[in-house]
Design a binder for this molecule. Structure first.
Ligand SMILES: *Cc1c(COP(=O)(O)O)cnc(C)c1O
Length: 392
């Protein structure tokens, strides 16, 4: 057999990490890396955060899983906290971002179809978007590289240019149910939406009776310096998908919605075996304990300001290496002049883990708890790597 036991769908770097400590990852061979990839924006509070470890261990000794056939106390608590701190009235728990988006798309179809508008199923999405790897979410994302070999596409997605309100409005038909956008497009290359664009989409949704869905799987849970990125714009969606940072490394996804949008999501209409199990809820609840504590976001924004200053200074010094710095909070994109993969590899060789994104971008998505020394160390590695690549 030539195929590896692990299905080879990832082009993996040849390294095995053995343990983590805050913003650091330690490889099995002892090498230490500053982790500005954070499991692709998942380890929101770094590795082995003491409060998360304590809460998860406490729950592990009591109850791991029990069915959604019964009330789950942790779900009621976490849902209550998410509702109290967002636009939403209700929350569905699942295990990943793609599932959270699937739920959001189902909420949108059902909202219209339960009211008799059987034709309404189409969803307007943005070019370059990423919403997950299920059949519906690769169709929503519309990227050829994700769709190849998986035809036929799930029908009903209309893609428009990100940021172009006229194009979005022109795409609305009598069959349109919803519009989906990432407030900062993540995998597409860290492209923040202008607040006016989000306001325009809100107005468009209201005018045509569509649901506005925000995919905050990557931007949510403090990544941009507020609990949810939409808070920067003041625009609230009808439905929102969360996942990545929500469990701090434990797989948890959530679909949040207003009562109006979700009122037809009645018993039997949707479900998940594992979604919102007690272990997952203990993790999410512990993450919220930390993020909702007074001063947490001041700390995130102060760290972000320092990191931005550092990377902007390096980028200005090496214009032949970096074309642009963009993003929001601790979600920073460094658009490269040369191949972004070369920069990711060079940074790693120098001890800094980052993630490539679309549009030739290197993503910095560190744990939200990074301190001054780690920011300084990361900026020094970025500078060293830029100098090496500029000289190459
Ligand atoms: C990562 C991501 C997803 C998919 O999440 P999975 O947990 O991998 O299914 C969806 N939307 C956005 C914006 C993401 O960044």
């Amino acid at each position: 057999m030539a195929i590896s036991a692990v299905m080879p769908v990832f082009a993996r770097t040849d390294i095995v990490f053995d343990r983590g400590e805050g913003a650091w990852l330690i490889a099995a061979d002892g090498r230490r890396f500053l982790d500005f990839a954070a499991g692709v924006a998942v380890n929101s509070l770094g590795h082995v955060h003491p409060h998360l470890v304590a809460k998860l261990k406490e729950q592990a000794d009591k109850l791991w899983h029990c069915s959604n056939l019964y009330r789950v106390a942790g779900q009621e608590k976490v849902a209550g906290r998410l509702v109290a701190n967002s636009f939403a009235d209700t929350v569905f728990f699942c295990n990943s971002g793609a599932e959270a988006m699937e739920c959001a798309l189902k909420v949108a179809r059902r909202y219209h179809q339960a009211q008799g508008a059987k034709e309404k199923h189409r969803v307007i999405t943005a070019r370059g978007a990423f919403h997950g790897r299920t059949l519906a979410t690769i169709s929503a994302g519309g990227q050829e590289k994700h769709l190849e070999g998986f035809a036929p596409k799930v029908e009903g997605f209309d893609q428009v240019a990100l940021g172009n309100l006229n194009e979005a409005r022109a795409a609305v038909t009598s069959q349109t149910a919803a519009v989906v956008v990432e407030p900062v497009q993540g995998e597409g290359g860290i492209l923040p939406c202008d607040p006016d664009y989000l306001r325009g989409l809100r107005a468009m949704a209201d005018e045509f009776g569509l649901l506005l869905i925000f995919d905050e799987v990557q931007t949510g849970m403090g990544r941009t310096g507020k609990l949810f990125a939409y808070e920067w714009s003041g625009v609230t969606p009808d439905v929102m998908a969360l996942a990545k940072g929500l469990g701090g490394g434990f797989p948890v996804g959530a679909c949040l919605a207003t009562e109006r949008a979700a009122r037809f999501m009645t018993p039997g209409s949707h479900g998940s075996t594992f979604g919102g199990n007690p272990l997952a809820m203990a993790a999410a609840d512990a993450v919220l304990d930390v993020m909702l504590a007074p001063g947490f976001f001041e700390g995130v924004n102060a760290a972000a300001a320092k990191l931005w200053l550092g990377v902007r200074t390096v980028a200005a010094k090496y214009p032949k290496v970096f074309a642009e710095v963009r993003g929001k909070g601790l979600m920073i994109g460094l658009k490269c002049v040369g191949p972004n993969g070369d920069m990711v590899a060079r940074l790693m060789a120098n001890g800094l883990l980052t993630v490539a994104a679309g549009d030739n971008v290197v993503r910095l998505v560190p744990p939200l708890i990074i301190g001054d020394a780690e920011i300084k160390a990361a900026v020094a590695i970025i500078e060293k790597s830029a100098a090496e690549l500029a000289a190459a």
